[in-house]
Design a protein around this ligand. Sequence first.
Ligand SMILES: NC(=O)c1ccc[n+]([C@@H]2O[C@H](COP(=O)([O-])OP(=O)(O)OC[C@H]3O[C@@H](n4cnc5c(N)ncnc54)[C@H](O)[C@@H]3O)[C@@H](O)[C@H]2O)c1
Length: 371
Amino acid sequence: MLLHKTTRTFSRLNLARQLSTSTSSHRPPRVLVTGSLGQLGSTMVSALRSRFGSENVIASDIKKPTVDQRNAGPFVFADVLNYRSLEQITVDYGIDWVVHFSAVLSAAGERNPTLGLSVNVNGFQNVLELAKNHRLRLLSPSTMGAFGPTTPKDATPDLTIMRPNTIYGISKVHMELMGEYYTEKYGVDFRSLRYPGIISADTPPGGGTTDYAIDIFHGALKHNSYTCFLKAETRLPMAYIDDCIRGTMQLLEAPEHSLSQRVYNVHACDFTPAELAEEIRHQHSESFTINYQPDSRQVIADTWPRTMADDAARSDWGWNPVIGTPEMTRIMLEKLRPMYQNTALDHDVSAAEPAAINTESAAPAAAVLAH
Ligand SMILES: NC(=O)c1ccc[n+]([C@@H]2O[C@H](COP(=O)([O-])OP(=O)(O)OC[C@H]3O[C@@H](n4cnc5c(N)ncnc54)[C@H](O)[C@@H]3O)[C@@H](O)[C@H]2O)c1
């Protein structure tokens, strides 16, 4: 009897999963991207549009897009705290998949825990309900910040102690568990990756603990010096954005039967501020100097892994990062150098504590440096 019931439950879930993952084989999926104007969103939207066509990727955020962003394809206002507006977009645009990038990151979340909880927990719950009610595939990234001070720090496995002590980490563990719960209970096709710190030149970072690994390049090019908010020996996992977005696309498109789990560690490279400074000296300027003024972000970094084991991501859906620290350094210097040619700034803002308490005002550090 029990076996019979289990079999029935399973076939119901399988049917729901098939419905949720299949779009007509004759057309590409329609994808909604939340938080598309953040550090990762705009690159993800470009990758999705190259793959599925501009008209099939609906970018959204609560911020105003630039003219270029608006002209690049469909853009709508979407506050993830408003379920009805998400539902309206889903119905109006015939959405099949959601890439959920709206979040309040680690340092910003510690500055404003109420906002962090609200966006990361309630916003995710709305998107999860949306996926359940409209049979959507849902990809929502997690983070190495989901680990905590008692987690093993080296080669941290997928399944281990998870007792984070930041609002960001707590809300991401909640997200992972709720996603898995909805997969088991309702057949929602939920997928997630635990990103390391993501390094990019095109969009400013959104208030995370690894932002130094971007700011340092602006400091090097502008002042030939940088004051770092983490200690010299703080090793953290990182990835260049191209690897991150390529991997995210791979997981998003992976056949569901290839997934042995719903949440995957991904790791591309790891370094300390001192090692990154040395690489910048090597590639940019031998006289580059770095000073250390650890602030509240050091306390967060001390609870995170130094390296993550990502064997399951590699074997299940082909995670294969190709950009290591020297190559990432070369790309960052090359992309940012034009911004600093013929400009001069009289003060170093690189070490500033994050002024922002939310993701909107956290962003412009790099832009400030640029002017
Ligand atoms: N950037 C990293 O290094 C990193 C590392 C690990 C995980 N992640 C994860 O990747 C995802 C994207 O991160 P990111 O760096 O692009 O973040 P970001 O802070 O740069 O962007 C987040 C976006 O969410 C938007 N947003 C905030 N509140 C919203 C609301 N109520 N409704 C709709 N949108 C709202 C913001 O306007 C912003 O554009 C997040 O889930 C984050 O946790 C990022």
